[in-house]
Design a protein around this ligand. Sequence first.
Ligand code: BGC
Length: 760
Amino acid sequence: MSGRADAPMTTDRAIRERADALLAAMTDEEKAGQLTQYFYFGFMRDVPEGEGDDLHQPNQPGIVEAALSRGEVGSLLFVRDPAETNRLQRLALEGNRHGLPLLFGFDVIHGLRTILPVPIAMAASWDPAAVERAQAVAAREARAVGIHWTFAPMVDVARDPRWGRIVEGAGEDPYLGAAIAAAQVRGFQGEGIGAPEHVVAGPKHFAAYGAALGGRDYDEANPSDYELWNTYFPPFKAALDAGAGNVMTAYMPLNGVPATGNPWLLDEVLREEWGFGGWVVSDANAVRNLSTHGFARDLSDAGVRALQAGCDMEMAITDPAYAHLPAAVGDGRIDAATLDAAVRRVLEAKLRLGIVDEPLVDEERAREVLSDPAHREEARRAAESSAVLLRNEGALLPLDIGAAQTIAVIGPLADSKRDTLGPWCFDFDLDETVTVLEGVRAKVGERATVGYAPGIRPAQRTFPSMFDMFPGNAPEDPPHFDDEAELRRAAELARAADVAVVVVGEWQNMIGEAASRSSLELPGRQLELLQAVAATGTPVVLLVMNGRPLDLRWATEWVPAILDIWYPGTQGGAAVANLLFGGAVPGGKLPFTWPRSVGQVPMTYGHVTSHEPEKQDRRYWDEASTPLFPFGYGLSYASFAYDRLTLDRDRITAGESIRVSVEVTNTGRRTADEVIQLYVRQRHGRTARPVRELKGFERVTIDPGQTRTVQFSLGPDERRYWHPLEREWVIDAATFDVWVGGDVTATLGATFDVEGASTA
Ligand code: BGC
């Protein structure tokens, strides 16, 4: 019997029975195939034989197709053209005796065709509902082209901005990170696995990849147990509680044991303690790399140790370690039940998704979905709500179109479509991508003159990027570029203008995976350009295109207005123009502490004091110990007053909650959003406690003169922490300070006591 059923069955029991029947009919080779996921790089066919490197193999698609015809592939990644997903799906179905379809996975990180702001930007919106809507758009487009599963959200807490992947996550804070992680899972998955127009979410990279030493991508991570449980795990737990169906392992060794071969991590924590029932996939080539780590003896041993640790599926380019699993079952290094348990998880995912019964995708409908104008609207709104206003001296912003007759837009990033989109997107449409220059031009129309000068050539990486195999990834060095003449031309354009809008930042290939940096300075001659423009005396609005904090010390002293626009996506320029001219009001807040310079990193707000307060401020003799901008910071075109912070009680027991309320008034003249943030400090406890911890936030829209009352609940969940000696979650009896305000420096405070300690 083949296990192929006539009608869709979706109840848990029906799915289990169907998976049983399939398992009973499968050979070990077929089972290992279900646990194998290949990249499918169709474009590699065009690479001449002998010219590829290990990522770049001309025969790679052929190897995958041969495995498909043997029925030995469970999943593919990187295919995103609906006609191509259908072609490959048919090959898989023909090759597989049981009619088992492929799962198509892909990195739908911030949109598929409609590119949303990068994840760190979406986190800066502090608006989980907006993040959920945005990722639902991404899911809809992905599913329409035949993708079933996204390798997202990336929920790695990142505390060292030298690490390029900070751009893919939600920043430094576990509480904000957990809220954004859960929102993304809800957006991707909808009602759950199998929901129409949605995809399975795979939070990654489990775990503590963001703790890479020195911020060097892939380097080892040695977080303490305290940090692991209190900082790095919570966003994963939140993503799983929101129903995420998949988890991806991390590349690096975690406290000595590679995450992909780590039974404590994948089995004890993930499955036993957290009850995760979905399937685990390795990061790319992470199983074979178990031998690179000096951990596995050879490829076969790597496969055995990863599977035994709890890694169900291997992501490979060619030559998978899991192809050796049947031999390992044969000689007793793996027992059949371990293999079956992993295969069952993959089969159940396919059954739940409904693709066993409906494996193909409607190509015509895909075209319609991808061109849905509502998706562009969502992208524009997301970009508007994620921008963070860092400085606005003399209320230079918003600009008045009538008053600014001549506008100079300056900097190569101001008119770079590819860079406006940010890293981690592959299926974009450059024609419909709006740069800052285009957005400003469209916005002002005939009402002002807009001139443009790049001023300098694009900066280049010192070493190439692994993404350079995708066309257009590295910025082009313009031919015949006269550096000195162009710099002068930019300054002259600025001098003749009423206002200069200068765009600086990092080119998108300078951030993301394998894009760690040893410096946070503006790359290339950007600071020089900015200084030349500022020296003209024309007021400067600085737009920062980035995914990590950059060294803006000079700018914060000399430039009146600074707006962080991140990599704002397809509609970035339109959103930025709305923000510049007041059609939208910035309301984003920083999801990380912005250091003054690279020497301060890692720098987080939630640190512990070990000396008397005055000594805290003098940790460096050559630099202040404060950040350039604090966590949670962001200005508005309005202003807000916080008042009447009240607690419903001043004394509770460990299991009880306290209700906090605060009144926030818009004291400005424009309707605007404010992110109201609640921080606590436990004054004493069973461990040293951080100076502040974020434990609540809400983004609200407030009209001028209007007062909104916002309430928060501080319950046991907000007060528990994992104790490294007791190896337990604990809640202490202690005195707590509470502050509510617009960033971590909030001063409006109150105090309450918790009586009766407990484990929780
Ligand atoms: C990255 C993952 C990604 C995978 C597939 C890896 O190099 O670390 O985050 O999902 O590639 O593209």
